[in-house]
Design a protein around this ligand. Structure first.
Ligand SMILES: C[S@@+](CC[C@H](N)C(=O)[O-])C[C@H]1O[C@@H](n2cnc3c(N)ncnc32)[C@H](O)[C@@H]1O
Length: 197
C-alpha cells in the first residue's frame, strides 16, 4: 500500500507519538550542538518537534501531504517552530542549504536499489555543510521475523551506499523507538560528511 494511503487508513506503526530514543541518545552522547537540521521523511513530525524544542532550527520534509499537515498541527499545538514542507527528497530542490545535521528515521531504508541509495546519499551530502553529520535509523536485516515490519538492510547495504561520501562514525545494532514490548531491530548509523567546502 502506498504511504499516503497508509496515513489515510492509520496503518502507520512507525508513528509512535514521541521522538525515537536513538535520536535523543545520539544528540546527547555525540554531542550534536544546536544547528540547522533537516529531517528527511519527517512523517507527522515528532522527531522534528523534539529537535526544535532542543534549540535546533528544523526543516522537516515529506512526500505525504497528510503527514505534513499533521506535523504542522502538532508543532502548532506544541508551540514550537518547525518549517514543514512537502518535498520529494530524491527529485525536488530544498532551498536554504546547507544544514549542520541531517536526520532520517525510516526514509533511507525504503530504497531498494544500490544505485538509488547512492543517489540518496549524494543528495544528503550535498545538503550538508563541510563536516556535517547524518544520522539514519534503518531496519536491520539481522532480525529474522515471521511478521510484517519495516524494510530490512544489512550493514553492508548501508556502508556500500554511504562510504563514498561519508565516514561512518558509528554503526550500532539497536531497536526502533516504539510503544511495543518487542520493537523491530534497527541500525543506528551516525556519519560525517567527507571533505570540506
Ligand atoms: C517509515 S516513515 C517514517 C516517518 C518519520 N520519520 C517517523 O519516524 O515517524 C517514512 C517516511 O518517509 C517519507 N518518504 C518516503 N520517500 C520519501 C522521499 N523521497 N522524500 C521525502 N519523504 C519520503 C514517507 O512519506 C514517510 O512519511
Amino acid at each position: 500500500m502506498a504511504i499516503e494511503e497508509r496515513y489515510k487508513t492509520g496503518d502507520t506503526p512507525w508513528d509512535i507519538g514521541k521522538p525515537d530514543f536513538n535520536l535523543v541518545e545520539t544528540v546527547a552522547q555525540q554531542p550534536i550542538q544546536s544547528c540547522r537540521v533537516l529531517d528527511i521523511g519527517c512523517g507527522t513530525g515528532d522527531n522534528s518537534i523534539w529537535l526544535a524544542r532542543n534549540n535546533f532550527h528544523v526543516v522537516g520534509t515529506d512526500t505525504s501531504d497528510i503527514a505534513i499537515e499533521r506535523a504542522k498541527m502538532k508543532a502548532s499545538g506544541a508551540d514550537v517552530i518547525c518549517d514543514f514542507r512537502v518535498v520529494n527528497f530524491l527529485t525536488d530542490e530544498i532551498e536554504d542549504t546547507p544544514f549542520g545535521f541531517i536526520f532520517d528515521r525510516g526514509c533511507f531504508h525504503l530504497i531498494d536499489s544500490i544505485d538509488d541509495r547512492k543517489r540518496f546519499v549524494r543528495n544528503v551530502a550535498s545538503h550538508l555543510e563541510g563536516k556535517g553529520l547524518w544520522l539514519t535509523i534503518a531496519g536491520n536485516a539481522d532480525e529474522h521475523r515471521m511478521i510484517p515490519g519495516p524494510p530490512q538492510r544489512t550493514a553492508a547495504d548501508i556502508v556500500l551506499a554511504v562510504e563514498e561520501c561519508f565516514e561512518v562514525l558509528s554503526l550500532t545494532s539497536s531497536r526502533f523507538g516504539s510503544n511495543h514490548p518487542n520493537p523491530p531491530r534497527a541500525w543506528r548509523c551516525l556519519m560525517q560528511r567527507r571533505g570540506s567546502r
